[in-house]
Design a protein around this ligand. Structure first.
Ligand code: ATP
Ligand code: PRP
Ligand code: MG
Length: 283
């Protein structure tokens, strides 16, 4: 039985469970449940704080886990990324009252007090940049630390930047790190049986979310140009229409580009251009 840690609360909890469900796994029906057995797939899911997940996986007590890259680095536990799950995207950034620091380079933080919920990430960062700063470890609402006189600078999660703006702070310099939700496992261990199938399923969900299926009709003289616009993954499917000289084409295209591609197909004479979603796939 594969044992997998899933965030029980916070911003990663819902998208993690949704992704597992889309991959065909059973998930808890009650948000208070801390365990869910998916007997049919041979997996047991444990719902844990995302901050603790790397610890359980690094110790080998659980086979796999879903957590943020920043939380994995912060834990300093011997766990590594298996797959980027493409949700929970955020950055960790420095922020301060505008004009309160000498500059925005790492050296400008020398001797300052930095409040953060990511002390492990910050220790690594300061060691790499040979900067001596004092790290004030807080649990949350870190932006308040400057106003309250506890710190000169904060290092916190920034997604939209709204929280910082509302606190009257400006980001400083480049992001300290970019994070997203990852599937992680213990470093150095062989992958347990059942993991390759789980990976194929999750990759199937990632692809299904990023691609759509495009179908259209085009005449013989536009076919080469149309195929160049929609090369698909292997190659597009082309079938003859009943009407002489016309063809039907089907290909997967990236969702983000579908409207540009439809415009260009239309311009070269393609018609009856239809887009449909993909629910799941194995490539
Ligand atoms: N807007 C966001 N706020 C906080 N964390 C975010 C956000 N977007 C993505 N994340 C990621 O989510 C993870 C933090 O999840 P966690 O559940 O600990 O935070 P939370 O949702 O702020 O919960 P809590 O504040 O109750 O601890 C990190 O990996 C972080 O990078
Ligand atoms: O850039 P934004 O989109 O504003 O999001 C980032 C903010 O959201 C999170 O706070 P949360 O609401 O989880 O409170 P917390 O600080 O108590 O964890 C995070 O710690 C940042 O403060
Ligand atoms: Mg938070």
């Amino acid at each position: 039985m594969l044992r997998i840690a899933v965030p029980n609360k916070g911003v990663l909890a819902l998208p993690a469970s949704q992704m597992l469900q889309e991959a065909g796994y059973r998930q808890r029906s009650d948000p208070k449940d801390l365990l869910c057995l998916d007997e049919a797939n041979g997996v047991e899911f444990f719902y844990l704080r995302p901050r603790d997940i790397a610890t359980y996986v690094g110790s080998g007590d659980l086979d796999l886990g879903i957590t943020g890259r920043d939380l994995l680095v912060d834990a300093g536990s011997p766990a590594v990324e298996v797959l980027d799950l493409n949700f929970g995207r955020a950055t960790i950034r420095f922020a301060a009252v505008p004009g309160s620091l000498k500059g925005t380079s790492p050296a400008d933080l020398e001797g300052l007090r930095v409040a953060t919920a990511f002390p492990g990430v910050m220790e690594r960062y300061f060691a790499e940049h040979s900067v001596q700063a004092s790290i004030i470890r807080l649990d949350g609402a870190v932006e308040n630390a400057i106003r309250l006189g506890v710190a000169d600078v904060v290092a916190d999660v920034v997604e939209t930047g709204k929280t910082l703006r509302q606190a009257g702070l400006d980001v400083l310099g480049e992001p300290i790190m970019k994070s997203s939700a990852l599937l992680i496992r213990r470093a150095g261990d062989e992958l347990p049986a059942g993991v390759p199938q789980l990976l194929r399923r999750l990759q199937g969900v990632l692809v299904a979310r990023q691609y759509v299926m495009l179908a259209y009709d085009v005449q013989q003289d536009g076919l080469d140009a149309a195929v160049a616009l929609t090369p698909g993954i292997e190659s597009p499917t082309i079938s003859k229409l009943h009407r002489e000289g016309w063809f039907a084409v089907q290909a997967m295209v990236p969702q983000a580009e579908v409207h540009r591609i439809m415009d260009e197909l239309y311009a070269i004479g393609a018609r009856a251009i239809l887009v449909t979603g993909i629910h799941a796939c194995r490539l």
